[in-house]
Design a protein around this ligand. Structure first.
Ligand SMILES: [Zn+2]
Length: 354
């Protein structure tokens, strides 16, 4: 299994950083206030990121892509790089520079400088949130230019709102197709695609598939953060997984935030994401498992780890009667292998006293 969308710099801070509003802007405000009050030291961030990686690994994720906030300086990035080096040889970790907003216009100067610093320190992809910027189109075209110069890919938080007028996903796909951008592009969230009519979903999904843009569905935070102002028939906030799949686009599943102001719960277990894809995303268990396994690895640009000769020997052994049973029970007892080597074992015992 793989985790295609984490936020290791924020992980495991739910106690320290409350988000009483419970929505996305409440979480961002809570995080920014805590960060500017100096609540997170580089040591603390490196330790939490390491803890989160250990949890993911023990649960069977041998590849992780994490976004890291770079707006307040490179300390969080350095800390996550430190966590990655502590886990060297145990799992693969990709780091996305998550820029702060605004990054366009005169007020974005500091945030543009922060991206330049992050690129010097070293990141694997460039991120950002077009729907949170005064000029989302310029944010995306600047991100393409910066990624092109750096020779790396893009992974943007796209349309993480419930306003159907916002649909940067289509523009992003056209930019990829028109520019012939040479590196992988991932669109995370894509909430508003789920709000469109079936015709628009199908048309945009075809453009996404033709452009080769991968989509990451993130049921945990979408269910937690979205829809709080809709007391009746509360929307789930998930992207249009059916339309994207039917169009042939790659759609995988991730957990996003874990026990922080963006998501108070979460077990760092891809099987938890798979269960939500079954319940809230209406996938069958085998497909949900593929979305947190083979498809997540493809999104990360990693070679196949299927149980076939010649594939990478990354796998998790779970004592369960079927894939469905593994997702349903999510047993703690697991053995995790990375490149043919046992890298984590968790055991579990149960006693009923009659
Ligand atoms: Zn995210």
């Amino acid at each position: 299994m793989a985790e295609p969308h984490a936020h290791l710099d924020k992980a495991l801070t739910a106690e320290k950083v409350p988000n009483p509003r419970g929505d996305l802007l409440g979480a961002i405000d809570a995080w920014m206030t805590a960060a500017s009050a100096g609540l997170f030291t580089p040591e603390d961030t490196a330790d939490r990121a390491t803890d989160a990686l250990e949890l993911l690994l023990a649960n069977g994720a041998t590849a992780v892509r994490t976004h890291v906030n770079i707006g307040a300086g490179a300390e969080a990035l350095q800390a996550v790089r430190e966590a990655r080096s502590r886990m060297d040889g145990l799992l693969d970790v990709q780091i996305v520079a998550l820029t702060s907003n605004p990054i366009t216009g005169p007020e974005g100067r500091e945030n543009r400088r922060a991206l330049a610093v992050a690129l010097e320190v070293g990141v694997d992809l460039i991120g950002g949130c077009p729907h949170l910027d005064p000029d989302g189109t310029m944010l995306m075209s600047d991100a393409f230019a910066a990624a092109s110069d750096a020779g790396i890919g893009l992974d943007l938080h796209v349309d993480e709102v419930l306003d159907p007028q916002v649909l940067y996903l289509r523009e992003l796909s056209r930019m990829v197709s028109d520019s012939g951008f040479a590196h992988p592009v991932t669109a995370s969230h894509c909430v508003t695609l789920g709000l469109q009519s079936p015709d628009v979903q199908a048309a945009v999904s075809r453009e996404v598939a033709d452009a080769g843009v991968s989509v990451v569905a993130l049921p945990q935070t979408n269910l937690f953060l979205q829809g709080r102002n809709h007391p009746t028939a509360t929307p789930r906030g998930l992207t249009a997984i059916d339309a994207l799949s039917q169009a042939g686009a790659l759609v995988c599943g991730g957990a996003d935030n874990v026990q922080d102001p963006f998501n108070l719960v979460g077990r760092s277990d891809p099987l938890e994401t798979a269960a939500l894809l079954v319940m809230a995303g209406h996938r069958l268990p085998d497909e949900a498992f593929r979305m947190v396994g083979a498809d997540a690895r493809t999104c990360l640009g990693l070679p196949s780890a299927e149980p076939v000769v010649g594939a990478v020997a990354d796998f998790v052994a779970i004592d369960a009667p079927s894939v469905r049973g593994a997702i349903a029970d999510a047993p703690m007892a697991r053995k995790v292998f990375h490149r043919g080597k046992l890298v984590a074992t968790t055991s579990q015992s149960r006693t009923i006293y009659r």
